[in-house]
Unconditional design. Sequence first.
Length: 327
Amino acid sequence: MKRFLTGLQPTGCLTLGNYIGAIKQMVKYQEEFDSFIFIADMHAITIPKDPEKLRKDVRDLVAIYLACGIDPNKNTIFIQSENIYHANVSWILECNTPYGQLGRMTQFKDKSQKHENFMAGLLTYPILMAADILIYDTDCVPVGKDQKQHVELARDIAESFNKRFGKDFFKVPEPLIPEEGAKIGDLLDPTKKMSKSAENPKGVILLLDSEKDIRKKIMGATTDSEMCVRYDPENKPGISNLITIYHELSGLSVKEIEEKFKDANYGTFKTAVADCVVATLNPIRQRYEELINSEELDKILDAGRDKTLEIAKKKYEELKEIVGLKR
């Protein structure tokens, strides 16, 4: 079975859009790969973070993913900073990577322009990302188009290192471009992506929202004056967005939804959408609340840490010998 690895930055509560567009697909991947999932807390501090919030966000993210169906028996789940070998391998790779490759990274150029006094980690973190990948002999790394360049850098580093030292030491990973999940729009401005950073929180459903808040947000969603439940993203973006949500969570096709609600008004349809969202998210919120302060969560993270420490230490000791750092 091929090994799959993905790193998740701890950025606070996720949205319904994250669940439909990404998490559901990760649940599918756990059936197809030897899956490694880590919380990329070391990557998160390339831009300064409040320590207490970072600690909370890390734990929250693990609990949310588990509550959404990520199975600890089918995934190795761990926190990046709890494995010292990521940083150790990263340093050796830094000493074997030309500066020019880092300066050309698109995300570095974009973020360094936004932050005048940026830290050195913003430049070098793609090498840490390469270490994250290469230390586990990873076959596949799921990436969006904006992250593909980082996997290409990891490939370049692996190939260059193997050539320099005459060994096939690092496995050259392949980018796995996920099938594009449904894009869920903001409930108030459906032409924009649903995002927790939206100016108006009323347009965003968070995975941990209460049932009352979910219903209120959906009933207040933007629609149109036609009063016809018909999928037409260009002319009816609001109602089309609600149809997409209902389709993704109910399993009904768009045509079946249109037929089911052909004589319904928007209030009736919104109520049905709200019922469907509540039925999906209530169990997730309840499971999250069971996990967040539990020993179960700590046991899962401890098991992931111990397993990855063993794997990474072996790779690091071999790497030290190759580059001459071992007595």
